[in-house]
Design a protein. Structure first.
Length: 287
């Protein structure tokens, strides 16, 4: 079995039927479909390369449509903006009426330890919804206008406050601002996607060792880059140590992560945990 824990619909020119066709091609049984509810002024117009201009971000309505058409292939995710006064009520309604199982993808311009945000995280713990979040840190050099600095869910240190404050909530780390900290130079590396040698003292490992409620998905260029960085064997050692809390995910429609996992020569048990058993433990399937 194979579960993609990080996918979207109605992007890259794919409606939900096309997403299912691509899952069939890639041998994926089930995908978690995540929303991106974001104010229009908070996202990079560059996303229109892959986003439908009828929508703002990746709206929940598309996910409900997809799950209604393909109920055995998708798990519904939804992350209403935690700054909304009605965030918790909306989320509860989405759970009750549309079977939402994941709070994600959270990708808005918030600080992780904001009291309104922590309140939502605590409710997610009570509702048993894993929180899938996207960290992008402010650029080292501020882009020149009109380009903006699109940071989200800042940052790894404030994440620690949330991990501590919400021990019953499962957090699933994702995106460049999270994965850069697989290396000890996570605070100083100038690139958005550092590719150099992983040095000791990575915050990701430290937090995962200390907080059993921290998981991570390996999706997108960020996860793949992190486990592909030198020195030789670094990625495999990471996958083995955290095999109980890593999730296979794509956040795109290619096979690069699976190709990479296959070359790691992982024990069957670790491979199975990462590719579906961990995801099943977080979100059991009703089938
Ligand atoms: Zn995503």
């Amino acid at each position: 079995m194979l579960i993609d824990s990080h996918q979207h619909t109605n992007w890259h020119g794919k409606d939900c039927a096309a997403v299912v066709a691509d899952m069939d091609r890639a041998g994926i049984d089930v995908s978690w479909l995540l929303s991106w509810e974001v104010p229009e002024h908070e996202y990079d117009p560059g996303y229109y390369h892959v986003f439908d201009p009828r929508d703002v971000g990746l709206p929940f309505t598309r996910i409900v449509e997809a799950c209604t058409r393909f109920p055995s292939r998708f798990v519904a995710g939804y992350a209403p903006d935690p700054r909304r006064h009605d965030c918790i009520e909306r989320l509860e309604a989405a759970v009750r009426m549309h079977g939402v199982k994941v709070y994600g993808e959270l990708k808005v311009r918030i600080l992780f330890d904001d009291p309104d945000v922590l309140r939502v995280f605590r409710r997610c713990g009570e509702l048993k919804l894993p929180v899938v979040f996207h960290i992008d840190i402010p650029a080292r050099e501020r882009p020149k206008p009109p380009a903006r600095d699109y940071w989200y869910c800042v940052d790894i240190d404030r994440l620690e406050t949330a991990l501590k404050a919400c021990p019953e909530t499962i957090f699933v780390g994702h995106a460049p601002g999270f994965w850069r900290h697989i290396s000890g130079d996570g605070y100083t590396a100038p690139e958005a996607y550092p590719k150099g040698e992983v040095t000791p003292g990575g915050r990701v490992q430290a937090l995962m060792r200390q907080y059993p409620n921290l998981y991570a998905d390996l999706s997108a260029g960020s996860g793949l880059t992190a486990i592909s960085r030198p020195p030789q064997g670094q990625g495999r050692a990471f996958l083995l140590e955290f095999q109980d809390r890593l999730l296979f995910g794509r956040d795109c429609f290619d096979d690069r992560l699976m190709d990479c996992l296959k070359t790691q020569d992982l024990p069957r048990e670790a491979f199975d945990k990462i590719t579906h058993r961990n995801a099943l433990r977080l979100v059991p399937l009703e089938r």
